[in-house]
Design a protein around this ligand. Structure first.
Ligand SMILES: [Zn+2]
Length: 324
């Protein structure tokens, strides 16, 4: 049975590329980029072992209209980062076409997403300074965790590579603090560093012509929400506004309505409870999570599995292939 694997990428950059502001060079953990050489090497390895399906082939397979020639891979890119223009060039040189999921708030409002502000601030601030500053700027009711022991335990399970204090902060940012609180605090932190939001956007995200260039080169451009708020956390009205704004913006750039979406954060907690109803409501045919694994026959098109680049070895490497 043919199987389909989606492999996702975020930052693809070499040291010193895409700095934002003065002293914006990443020195601390925060952004974990894949270098361009490692990216090209991984593509070459995948191409040697699997059929690199086009987005259209993958769609036809998932919707049951056609079969793939064998185990196949589609590469995807989340967030519309400036890194993705040269990454697309590397794909094109290898004869591969990918799917680029683009958030629209940076494009429309020149306002960066909370997640990228957090990454950049963590990459340019020593960890204990970042923690202290971030916690110190939280409004009173959010300054202390309600269930510190429970949160610490949950954080230790998810952020196994982080120091406990850093894992706890990441956990609070992703799971406990309201998205708008994180957004406001990180904006204030950028301001205190003299970084204007528009400059941050320019150094971090593709603009409309960059997004259009992806489509012109026959990649698929698709939806990823307007504000990158986890869809599971939005009330129905706010969710509709977020998705429709994203669709309108991308529709204007692409002259076509996106039929694919990837769920921001992609884990179970971030994905709408009823993905079928969600996709029907907004006209999506294919929706990708970040739940690791291949997609076999009968996979649900509204919640397909997808792995990150650092999971390729574990999920699709030689050992995984032998055990399959
Ligand atoms: Zn994202």
């Amino acid at each position: 049975m043919s199987q389909l694997l989606f492999v996702n990428y975020h930052y693809i950059r070499d040291p010193g590329q895409y700095t934002v502001g003065v002293g914006g060079e990443a020195q601390f953990p925060g952004i974990h980029p894949l270098g361009t050489r490692a990216f090209a090497d991984q593509l070459a390895w995948l191409s040697d072992h699997f059929h690199m399906a086009t987005p259209a082939e993958a769609q036809a397979h998932v919707l049951g209209h056609a079969t793939l020639p064998g185990p196949s891979v589609v590469v995807t890119f989340d967030d519309g980062l400036v890194d993705h223009a040269p990454a697309a060039g590397i794909l094109e040189a290898a004869g591969i076409r990918g799917v680029f999921f683009v958030t629209s708030r940076p494009l429309v409002e020149q306002v960066p997403l909370a997640v990228h502000k957090v990454h950049w601030l963590r990459a340019t601030t020593p960890p204990d300074e970042f923690r202290e500053e971030f916690n110190g700027m939280l409004p009173g009711e959010w300054a202390e965790p309600n269930n510190p022991n429970q949160d610490a335990e949950a954080a230790a399970k998810i952020y196994i590579y982080d120091q406990p204090a850093d894992g706890m902060l990441k956990y609070r940012i992703n799971f406990r603090l309201p998205h708008d609180v994180v957004d406001a605090v990180t904006t204030a932190m950028l301001k205190s560093r003299g970084v204007a939001l528009a400059d941050f956007c320019q150094g971090t995200y593709l603009d409309a012509s960059g997004v259009r260039a992806l489509q012109d080169a026959e990649h698929l451009v698709a939806a990823h929400g307007h504000s990158h708020t986890p869809f599971s956390r939005l009330e129905p009205d706010a969710l509709a506004t977020d998705i429709n704004t994203n669709l309108e913006c991308l529709g204007g750039i692409l002259a076509a309505r996106p039929r694919w979406v990837s769920y921001p954060y992609g884990r179970d907690w971030a994905v709408p409870a009823d993905t079928g109803a969600f996709c029907r409501q907004f006209g999506f045919e294919i929706a990708l999570t970040l739940k690791a694994g291949w997609n076999g026959g009968g996979a649900d098109p509204t919640r397909l599995n997808r792995i990150n680049t650092n999971e390729v070895e574990r999920v699709a490497g030689p050992e995984a292939a032998t055990n399959a």
